[in-house]
Design a protein. Structure first.
Length: 160
């Protein structure tokens, strides 16, 4: 099998990448999946959700094996009861300070540089404090980039 050179677009023309040239392009990917809300109420932006046995989503919580696997965070302003909406599974999610206050129990939005975890006490809520009680799970959900932006990077649950 011979050496293959990548093709590039230069001034509207397709060309082979020449010796000594490099590729320089930013790459960002955000994964968003559509899901149906099975919760008894609307689920708002920034709330953590898991996939339930029916293949729909409900509020995740770090206190039980059945609710701890975070699919992602609600991307839409709100997903109504039995309604369909978008769940962001990675990348940067941006919301207002009021929206983050509702999703993370904060005042004034997120705290830049702070790691947020799935809360063991309130379904769907994020918390700045990692769970520490026996029987709870530690699930890192992401790190705040600013008061308005969270970089979603979930980890596998760790049972305490």
């Amino acid at each position: 099998m011979g050496l293959k050179k990548p093709l590039v677009l230069t001034s509207g023309q397709i060309q082979q990448l020449q010796a000594g040239d490099t590729l320089d392009a930013s790459c960002s990917e955000v994964d968003v999946v559509a899901a149906t809300n099975s919760n008894a109420g609307a689920i708002v932006i920034g709330k953590a959700v898991y996939v339930d046995g029916a293949g729909t989503v409900d509020l995740a919580q770090a206190d039980a094996a059945g609710t701890v696997e975070v699919l992602g965070l609600v991307k839409d302003a709100s997903i109504g009861i039995a309604g369909a909406g978008n769940i962001q599974t990675d990348g940067v999610l941006t919301a207002t300070t009021d929206q983050w206050d509702a999703a993370a129990g904060t005042t004034g939005g997120l705290t830049a540089g702070t790691v947020y975890y799935l809360d063991p006490d309130t379904a769907g809520l994020l918390t700045e404090t990692a769970p520490s009680s026996v029987g709870d799970y530690v699930v890192r959900v992401g790190v705040a980039l600013s008061t308005l932006a969270l970089d979603i990077s979930t980890t596998a649950p760790m049972l305490l």
